[in-house]
Design a protein around this ligand. Structure first.
Ligand code: TRP
Length: 325
């Protein structure tokens, strides 16, 4: 039998190249080898934002990007966390199996508190990884594809699985993180991470002219002011993009940049062209779904039905192990 893989994202709207490289592309590739479950973590949005007015629209945008990237909903169910009550139920039980001190040590939480300047942490945010563990364990996920920032959450999930199994009897496998090979794509402004809210992203749905325009403004080697100045590809984010999207030309581009023969304008244009080409099939698939919004709801409802069956079965086993049947 194929191993279970559980992947998830919070619905924050349209996705960008960073999501593609860091997660989606990998999910699509893995869908033949593993049995994938794709979770839309809409409850998790509440940990940092109580305004729910955009959740539905963001969910649909994200779903379109997932489908555009090539996730096949016939093979891999896609479902919303909020539509399956068992997430809340298992979350409650797991919350008893971990100390607040352990959750306060979570480095991902500390980073979020710092980046989002959170002054007072809500109780539910402290429990973020506990809810995530419920997401994974309900479907008996064995592998969780994640970027580095999520690895601590998978570790907490493993601890919770062990604690449950040793206290009540073995119900859960211990899931392993599956780190994405090309984990992080820098943003267009040179910051370490691409992010829509920082305005330094190429969206998966961007048309070719938009991609070119965004790249034109991108940050490059500050010492390469004119075309003939020698550049340093290793510190240039455009070169990082070439390495990812244009590997067959990197040797020539490196030489051209270092000698000064290749200017930034042309280098960016070539980069934009290959990115636009690689996103063309995604744009096309996205367009098809734009024309049939009902299909999106059908996909969600079908995925939720499949997920619900699994979740119910696992909760039955949990209750039985605990003598709460
Ligand atoms: N915390 C994940 C993120 O921000 C999203 C997520 C929620 C998740 N539940 C999950 C990821 C379960 C993997 C498995 O990216």
């Amino acid at each position: 039998m194929k191993k279970r893989l559980l992947s998830g994202m919070r619905p924050t709207g349209q996705l960008h190249l960073g999501h593609y490289v860091g997660a989606l592309e990998n999910w699509v590739e893995l869908q033949q080898t593993y049995q994938n479950f794709h979770l839309i973590a809409d409850y998790h949005v509440l940990t940092t934002d109580l305004d729910t007015s955009q959740v539905e629209a963001n969910t649909l945008e994200m779903l379109k990007d997932w489908l555009a990237a090539g996730i096949d909903p016939e093979i891999s169910p896609i479902f919303r966390q909020s539509q399956i009550k068992e997430h809340a139920e298992l979350f409650l039980i797991l919350a008893m199996l971990i100390t607040t001190a352990r959750l306060e040590r979570n480095p991902t939480l500390k980073e979020q508190v710092r980046d989002l300047k959170i002054e007072k942490l809500v109780y539910g945010h402290l429990g973020y990884p506990v809810l995530q563990a419920a997401d994974i364990l309900l479907y008996k996920g064995e592998l969780v594809p994640v970027g580095e920032d999520q690895a601590p959450h998978v570790e907490i999930c493993r601890e919770l699985a062990r604690k449950f199994n040793s206290t009540y009897g073995k119900v859960f496998p211990e899931p392993a993180p599956k780190l994405t090979p090309f984990a992080r794509l820098p943003g267009l402004d040179g910051r370490a991470k691409m992010s829509k809210s920082l305005g330094n992203a190429v969206l998966l749905s961007d048309e070719p002219d938009v991609i070119q325009r965004r790249l034109r403004k991108a940050f490059t080697d500050p010492l390469k002011l004119r075309k003939n100045d020698p550049g340093r590809p290793d510190i240039c984010l455009i070169f990082t993009y070439h390495k990812k999207f244009n590997p067959s030309e990197t040797t020539e581009i490196r030489a051209g940049c270092e000698s000064g023969a290749l200017g930034c304008v042309e280098c960016k244009q070539r980069c934009g062209t290959v990115i636009a080409e690689q996103l063309a099939p995604l744009r096309e698939r996205r367009r098809q779904y734009d024309q049939q919004p009902d299909r999106l709801w059908e996909i969600l409802h079908a995925g939720e039905e499949r997920a619900r069956l699994e979740a119910r079965e696992t909760m039955g086993q949990v209750r039985e192990a605990m003598g709460l049947g």
